[in-house]
Write a protein that binds this ligand. Sequence first.
Ligand SMILES: Nc1nc2c(c(=O)[nH]1)N[C@H]1C(S)=C(S)[C@@H](COP(=O)(O)O)O[C@H]1N2
Ligand SMILES: [Mo]
Length: 265
Amino acid sequence: MSAADHTSHRRGWLKGALASLGAIALSGCEQITNSPTVLKALESAEGLTRRAQRLILSPGQLAPEYAERDISPVFKANGSTDPQDEAYLTHVANGFQDWRLKIDGLVAHPMTLSLADLRARPARTQITRHDCVEGWSCIGKWTGAPLADLIREAGLKPDAKYLVFHCMDTLGGSADSPDHEASRYYESIALADVFHPQSLLAYEMNGQPLGVPHGAPLRLRVERHLGYKQAKYIERIEAVASLDKLHGGKGGYWPDRGYEWYAGI
Ligand SMILES: Nc1nc2c(c(=O)[nH]1)N[C@H]1C(S)=C(S)[C@@H](COP(=O)(O)O)O[C@H]1N2
Ligand SMILES: [Mo]
């Protein structure tokens, strides 16, 4: 086939495909998924989505990882470091044996997991740098359950767009922060971060069970974001379609107090 033939052949195919698409559009929705032409079009659209996803998740987009020798000798603890909430103190007193992580909201299969359940799952370890908006950084080693595996198992409903992390510690409401209404900490992330390979529900830090100052028994690590996205003391993960109804509507404790929601680094 000559180049010209090839082009006109392609053009012919395209015309035919468009014509049949038009015909199907006029004939109503039900038939759409029965049409081989439309199936093909849908398949290639899905292919596009997968390619876009691979691009988002490509190694270039991973946060830098470090060596054991880079681990900070002291990792600063910040925000809540010793929650006094009654329910939390009860969990601390019995070694988190009765603590459970709930995954609910817009998921097909809500889940309830103990610490042992989480530890029994495939794990990932990463050494990364934590950057706090206050201007300090520390390098630490995190081990935990990849968030993507869990959320795939729970099965997001089609309208789910964010995960909200509900924490057990109360912040604010003290005399020195009169404009801050007291509230349990909360944060949220979008789907690209839910399925990012470095997004972990971490239960170990530097090879030890996560301590109270750093968010025991479970905290989030989303390595392309600032410190305040790294929710500590998690007890519930809720899949939602919108952040509008979550407290101030900005998607997190600090975002509701004027900080940026995405907080990328
Ligand atoms: N539940 C909860 N998560 C939280 C906070 C908090 O106060 N409560 N503080 C955030 C901030 S501002 C930072 S810098 C990190 C601190 O984590 P670290 O204590 O392990 O250093 O936790 C984040 N996650
Ligand atoms: Mo922070």
